[in-house]
Every structure is written in structure tokens, then in C-alpha cells.
Design a protein around this ligand. Structure first.
Ligand code: ADP
Ligand code: MG
Length: 295
């Protein structure tokens, strides 16, 4: 028997490295007319590196001690920033002590007990207001102006330091943004939990003009719902636990597979397995071609 068009499109998508979970999804992909893209791990490669370690006077820690405590707190997190911090500590030959009472807040950061101290690592925007450290705010803003993601480390409530983390833009990011804009008739929206400075810098590089930064997971959902209420069928592309609610709220959700969190992969309607962003416009085109044969 000849394969029904949507099934052969699924097989074809698979050959391009995209796992489309059902024929319904394969059909829906061609209907999308708006796209919301996550930044870290989606437009960027998702293998960030720690580029700066800046201890602050007051907590009495040097760079190695700061990184060691941050890595211990991050050890149980699957966030790309967490992996960057743990890798940086290992690369410097630091022992990473065991941590207890681990808790993570998507879009904010992590906290854990390390050697009897409470260590918190996360977003300057979310943590520094409470901690009220002007010095840390200035250091973080300086790093963000250079396009870094800054994370602040608090030890027993004192700002102990700031880490600068850099991630590479995917080679195919700009071309994918252009292709998606052509397919949907409108430029993609950038939705990120990261800071506005780093987001604006990256958006300029890839050709995105519509940016929402500093978003919590539920804010990403609200951005998707706003478009849906305006009658749009929104494609969301993301990789993190923080993207899962937006992937669920989307008309169609696609997760980046390689560095993606389990929750994102399970929630999404399709998964980019081969880690090439350029396959997303390809599967939209495959869907449209199959729909022409079905209808
Ligand atoms: P994005 O939307 O760009 O993928 P996230 O929502 O995952 O980013 O994270 C937003 C911000 O929250 C990060 O830039 C960082 O400041 C903070 N953050 C989230 N998770 C962690 C973590 N495990 N360690 C440190 N900071 C974190
Ligand atoms: Mg992400």
C-alpha cells in the first residue's frame, strides 16, 4: 500500500532528524502563523561556559571557593547554566562537596545547603532586589552589557559573587529566523528568562525585533496566550523545564532534544533530535506539502 501523506511526512521529518509524535501534530505544523523562540539552548547551542568568576568583598570567599560552593548547589540541576558551573569547577580541579535540601525554581535559580551554609545561585534580576547589593548589581550589569548571562551567588543571604556565562549562537540561528518569518508572514518573538541586555544583543544578531525578557515560565505562557487570543496559531520552540508550560499552551510545541530537559521533551509535540534548528522550517514545509495531498 502507498503510505498516507501525513505518515510519509512523519517518516520524512524523521530523516531530517525531527521526531513528530503523531499525524495530528504533523498536520498542525503547517498551520502555524506565529513563532515564539526561547533563547538559551534554542537559539544558542545550550553548552554555555563560565567566562568570569567575580567574588565580592564581604563574604570572604576567593574565586575558587565561590565557584566550588556554586557548583555544589547546582550539582543536582539539569539547567545548562548549572552544567556550565559544575564543569568550570571540575576544570579547575576543585572538589565539589555534597549538597542537601536542593530546590530549584524554573526561571529563577537554585538553592541548597552546602557544608552547613545556604547557597543560592540564580538570576540577578530576581535575587538582588531582595539582597540589596549595589556592588553585585553593578558587576552583573557590566557582564550583561558584554552579552553574558550573569548569575549571582548568595551565601547565607550575603552576595558572595557574580559569575559571567557565555553561550554560542547556533550557526543556523539567523537563517532559521528568516525562514520562519517568510513561512508565517511575521517575525518570530523571542521569549527568554534571561536578562534584557543579553536578549537584545542576541536578537540583533539573529534579526529578531520582538523581545520579551526576564520571563518566568508562566509569563512565557501569557505571551503565547496573548498571540492565541489575537487568533494566531503559535509554534513554541524551547528546551528547558521553564519552557514546558509554554510548550503545552502552544498550538504546536517543539523541543530541542540534545540539551533539552526531560519535561520539555515529554511535553512537546515534536522533538528536534539531530540538534539542528534549521530542521524546524523544513518540517513546517513538509506539513504544508502533505496537507495539500490530504485535503
Ligand atoms: P531561558 O528562557 O533563556 O532559557 P531560563 O528561564 O531557563 O532561561 O533562566 C532564566 C534565568 O534564570 C537565567 O538567565 C538565570 O539567571 C536564572 N536561572 C535559571 N535556572 C538557573 C540555575 N540552575 N542556575 C542559575 N541560574 C538560573
Ligand atoms: Mg532555554
Amino acid at each position: 500500500a502507498t503510505m498516507p501523506p501525513l505518515l510519509s511526512a512523519i517518516a520524512n521529518a524523521g530523516r531530517h532528524g525531527v521526531l513528530v509524535k503523531s499525524a495530528v501534530v504533523m498536520e498542525q505544523l503547517g498551520q502555524v502563523d506565529a513563532v515564539a523562540l526561547d533563547k538559551t539552548g534554542t537559539l544558542t547551542e545550550g553548552t554555555p561556559r563560565v567566562t568570569e568568576v567575580r567574588p565580592l568583598a564581604g563574604a570572604g570567599l576567593d574565586a575558587a571557593a565561590l565557584l566550588r560552593l556554586a557548583a555544589a548547589a547546582e550539582h543536582a540541576s539539569e539547567h545548562p547554566l548549572a552544567r556550565a558551573i559544575v564543569d568550570a569547577a571540575r576544570a579547575r580541579g576543585l572538589d565539589i562537596p555534597a549538597a542537601g535540601d536542593f530546590a530549584s525554581t524554573p526561571g529563577v535559580g537554585v538553592t541548597a545547603t552546602v557544608e552547613g551554609r545556604t547557597v543560592t545561585v540564580g538570576s540577578p534580576g530576581r535575587m538582588l532586589d531582595a539582597a540589596g547589593s549595589r556592588r553585585a548589581t553593578v558587576v552583573a550589569a557590566g557582564l550583561e552589557d558584554e552579552g553574558r548571562t550573569a548569575v549571582v551567588v548568595l551565601v547565607d543571604g550575603t552576595t558572595a559573587g557574580v559569575l559571567g556565562i557565555a553561550d554560542r549562537l547556533r550557526d543556523e540561528a539567523a537563517a532559521t529566523v528568516t525562514a520562519l518569518a517568510e513561512l508565517t508572514g511575521t517575525g518570530p518573538l523571542l521569549v527568554t528568562g534571561d536578562n534584557a541586555r543579553a536578549a537584545a544583543r542576541l536578537a540583533t544578531e539573529v534579526g529578531i525585533s520582538d523581545i520579551r525578557a526576564g520571563l518566568l515560565p508562566q509569563d512565557k505562557v501569557a505571551a503565547v496566550q496573548e498571540l492565541a487570543e489575537a487568533g494566531r496559531k503559535v509554534l513554541v520552540v524551547g528546551d528547558g523545564v521553564n519552557d514546558a508550560p509554554a510548550l503545552a499552551a502552544a498550538h504546536t510545541g517543539i523541543a530541542m532534544g540534545r540539551a533539552g530537559s526531560d519535561l520539555a521533551l515529554e511535553t512537546a509535540d515534536a522533538v528536534v533530535v539531530r540538534d539542528e534548528l534549521g530542521t524546524i522550517p523544513t518540517v513546517v514545509r513538509l506539513s504544508r506539502a502533505a496537507r495539500r495531498l490530504v485535503i
